[in-house]
Design a protein around this ligand. Structure first.
Ligand SMILES: [Ca+2]
Length: 238
């Protein structure tokens, strides 16, 4: 894939949902000072790509909890499908919480799991390596996946918002970074890749509208939160 130039406001999609210190996995390069305890926890968990790998085919997995089914019942009016064409022939489609990536040969190369409800996405080269990335907000049960840090409980099936980042190359989608449960749900977000680059950082910024969790998953008054790609997830900007 051709090297992506830094665009500005990445176009994207639908409605998001959740995080404060956005944390994740793969390609570890921890920026010590900027990562808070909550994020560090997520980072450790997300070191395993397995945690956030999408499914090739629909399955009724353990994440299909009573809590998740109750959450789905509140998502009946998610709106029409959102489709965005990316560079090099990739296409991104979000419809009723299912997020799919269509490859260059017009075949589906990845789809989100049944037990995930994706609420919004944005595309762009988030980590500045020249490879297209896609960030998406999703709701799911459990903070981590099947594998998680030994001393951290993963028993809470509460449905919470997460932010995942995947890289797309050669008709494959691979997790780059996945957060654990976010402290606040993301209602919407935008990506900006026109920031000033540093020696090791691309200057990618994420601006999110976030609210608070409610029992019926209804939205609260949003507040704006700004983050910057730290090489290991997104860290809050001062
Ligand atoms: Ca990239």
């Amino acid at each position: 894939m051709a090297k992506m130039t830094g665009t500005t406001k990445m176009t994207g999609m639908a409605r998001p949902t959740g995080t404060t210190k956005l944390m994740g996995m793969a390609r570890p390069r921890p920026p010590a000072a900027t990562i808070a305890a909550a994020i560090i926890i997520s980072a450790l968990a997300c070191c395993l790509a397995f945690l956030c790998a999408g499914s090739a085919a629909p399955t009724q997995a353990a994440g299909f909890t009573a809590e998740y089914r109750a959450f789905l019942a509140t998502r009946v009016a998610d709106g029409p499908a959102v489709t965005q064409d990316g560079p090099d022939g990739y296409r991104f489609i979000l419809e009723n919480g299912r997020f799919r990536i269509i490859g260059t040969d017009n075949a589906e190369i990845w789809r989100s799991k049944d037990e995930w409800h994706v609420s919004s996405f944005r595309i762009g080269d988030i980590d500045g390596d020249g490879i297209l990335d896609v960030a998406f907000a999703l709701w799911k049960s459990y903070s981590f996946g099947k594998i998680h840090p030994a001393r951290m409980s993963n028993e809470d099936a509460s449905v919470r918002c997460h932010l995942f980042v995947y890289s797309v190359k050669d008709n494959r989608a691979k997790p780059l970074w996945c957060s654990s449960s976010l402290p606040r749900p993301i209602y919407a977000f935008e990506l900006y890749t026109d920031g000033e680059r540093a020696a090791t950082l691309p200057g990618t910024r994420l601006i999110a509208q976030e609210g608070a969790y409610t029992e019926d998953y209804s939205e609260t008054a949003p507040t704006e939160h700004r983050y910057e790609w730290s090489g290991w997830g997104f860290s809050p900007q001062p």
